[in-house]
Design a protein around this ligand. Structure first.
Ligand SMILES: Nc1nc2c(c(=O)[nH]1)N[C@H]1C(S)=C(S)[C@@H](COP(=O)(O)O)O[C@H]1N2
Ligand SMILES: [Mo]
Length: 414
């Protein structure tokens, strides 16, 4: 896999952001935007530009940051203002190399086995497609999104905001599938999905991608074969993916080959000693530390930004602040925006379609900023009254950063 990185182009031509930045520097722009010091540090130490790996070659290269062949994020602001993220912009994250593209060549032949029900059995994808299906819009977000903003520099991909997107999945509801198989057996506490990666001979089977979530999550989970109305590409877990809305990305197992209702959590390492909220001072993650499951409420501004000065309007300082907000497992109630570093807040307007409780809402707030520097941030409140946290929860691996302070942007009005 490393061969795809043999040629690393370094010309500005493959960095549209750099080209744009150079142009902006020349123009007499009234508004010069830059991210907060942490973001600036990231921009200065941005990883060398790498080409997209072949399985993700359909991505819009100019909108993506290729951290590695298995970790690709969307640039902040690249999604535009649509409520649904284009597949060409959606981030990619693989814990193991993806399986052979052969599995999406004949998607209907894919087999998934269902266990922990009264009458366990296997289904081909063709058989699942004959059942009633549903479409679900949800935020898919990596547990480590925002890790790049932890000053402690936890190991792992230093994602900014772009390991997230809001996309539509279509497939069969897990609760209906379980019902058709006589229902879940007694005593089952978890829903456990197993990924279809084939481990090389000699590799510890605990290295498999297998995740367990509390069984209540089955109520809204689906086994999906379509993403934004098209067959799911290999990069996003085709031909069949378990979708657990409201939970972080790792819980939505790609190329799912086994779905089981289990009494215990999986013994896979990815469940037991990874994706845990462990104190930074600990040597390793322990199975007794809290699992990374449901996503907390989070929002961030996508415009204006350093790479996207946004709507400057005809007058200096007049612009519309835009961003996205989601509540994780709960719908968005409201979003507030501050232009003075979090001292005072103004209610933003929710715009665009409401695609359900698991989707993000776009928000906007027109403002007039005086000459000088302004720190902009957003803060969501969900329908249950939970408010986006001010400060990140420090943890060893840099998970679940939803701090509104960390997601601030600084703009300077000339
Ligand atoms: N089978 C399998 N499923 C997986 C993974 C994986 O490596 N293998 N990675 C998980 C992680 S950590 C994330 S964040 C999401 C990423 O989904 P995406 O690549 O479609 O954006 O898939 C999850 N499901
Ligand atoms: Mo992830």
């Amino acid at each position: 896999m490393s061969s795809i990185f043999d040629r690393i182009p370094d010309s500005a031509a493959v960095r549209p952001d750099l080209a744009r930045r150079a142009m902006l520097a020349q123009s007499a722009s009234a508004l010069v935007a830059s991210t907060l010091p942490l973001g600036t540090a990231f921009a200065q130490t941005a990883p060398a530009v790498r080409p997209l790996p072949s399985y993700a070659a359909f991505k819009d290269a100019g909108s993506m940051i290729v951290h590695s062949a298995n970790t690709i994020e969307m640039r902040r602001g690249a999604a535009g203002t649509g409520a649904v993220t284009a597949v060409a912009h959606l981030y990619v994250r693989n814990n193991l190399n993806p399986p052979s593209p052969d599995i999406v060549a004949k998607p209907d032949a894919w087999v998934v086995s269902i266990d922990g029900v009264r009458t366990p059995r296997s289904f081909t994808l063709a058989e699942l497609k004959a059942m009633r299906s549903e479409t679900l819009t949800m935020v898919l977000q990596c547990s480590g999104n925002g890790r790049g903003m932890f000053p402690s520099k936890p190991s792992g991909t230093p994602w900014q905001v772009g390991a997230a997107g809001c996309v539509m999945w279509s497939g069969v509801p897990v609760r209906e599938l379980a019902h058709s198989l006589g229902g879940v057996r007694q005593g089952m506490k978890f829903m456990t999905g197993t990924g279809g990666e084939v481990l090389a001979a000699g590799i510890d089977p605990k290295a498999r991608v297998e995740r367990s979530v509390p069984i209540a999550a089955m109520e809204d989970a689906i086994l999906a074969w379509e993403l934004n109305g098209e067959p799911i590409p290999l990069a996003h877990g085709g031909p069949l993916r378990l979708i657990v809305p409201g939970f972080t990305g790792v819980n939505s197992v790609k190329y799912v080959k086994h779905l089981a209702f289990t009494a215990q959590e999986s013994d896979a390492s990815i469940q037991q000693t990874d994706y845990r909220m462990t104190a930074a001072s600990e040597a390793s993650m322990r199975p007794t530390d809290p699992s990374v499951w449901q996503m907390p409420p989070k929002s961030w501004i996508n415009s204006p930004l350093a790479d996207n000065p946004g709507l400057q309007g005809g007058h200096a300082g007049e612009l519309t602040i835009q961003g996205v907000a989601f509540g994780g497992v709960n719908a968005v109630r409201s979003v507030d925006v501050s232009t003075d570093g979090g001292v005072s807040w103004n209610r933003a307007k929710l715009v665009g379609p409401d695609l359900g409780r698991y989707a993000w809402r776009e928000f906007e707030l027109p403002v007039k900023l005086s000459p000088g520097s302004h720190v902009l941030m957003s803060r969501i409140t969900d329908v249950k009254g939970n408010v986006q946290v001010e400060n990140r929860v420090e943890n060893k691996a840099g998970y679940l950063n939803s701090s509104w302070r960390d997601h601030a942007v600084t703009v300077t009005v000339a």
